[in-house]
Design a protein around this ligand. Structure first.
Ligand code: HEC
Length: 113
């Protein structure tokens, strides 16, 4: 009984470590980066406390695809994400893979879905 238990535990542990669990913020190589899947959750978690329609910092609202795309395409969103001296969010740069997602999104033409 005990032996079976250990075998089971070993199986569970090895299957967990070898299984491909997609991480949020990981850069997909097999598909395009999309606003809905990749970009929106990052904006939601890191930007909306200051850039929602309720008292938006600098008047910049980042609630919709159009608003985020406009700031990335015509504004300074991507520059500020990567500006170590003056980062957005103000608390510090996001992780490199999250910032790279925005770069890939830009290269691919800012897909929404
Ligand atoms: C703690 C509040 C706060 C958070 C969180 C925050 N911002 Fe800002 N943001 C500001 C303030 C205040 C300004 C205006 C002053 C400045 O430019 O530094 C600003 C300015 C900006 C600007 C330049 C001004 C403009 O109108 O285009 C961009 C782009 C920007 N933020 C994007 C973001 C993004 C993207 C995130 C999330 C990754 C984010 N911000 C998170 C407070 C915040």
């Amino acid at each position: 009984m005990r032996k079976i238990f250990y075998i089971l535990i070993t199986l569970i542990i090895t299957s967990c470590t070898t299984a491909e669990i997609p991480l949020v913020g990981e850069i997909p190589s097999d598909r395009k980066v999309s606003y809905n899947t990749d970009i929106q959750p990052i904006i939601f978690n890191n930007c909306l406390t200051c850039h929602s329609s309720v008292n938006p910092a600098n008047g910049l609202i980042l609630e919709t695809y159009t608003q985020v795309r406009n700031s990335a395409e015509n504004g300074t969103l991507i520059q500020r994400l990567n500006d170590a001296a003056n980062p957005m969010p103000q608390s510090g740069l996001l992780t490199p893979d999250r910032r790279a997602l925005f770069d890939k999104w830009k290269v691919e033409g800012y897909p929404e879905n």
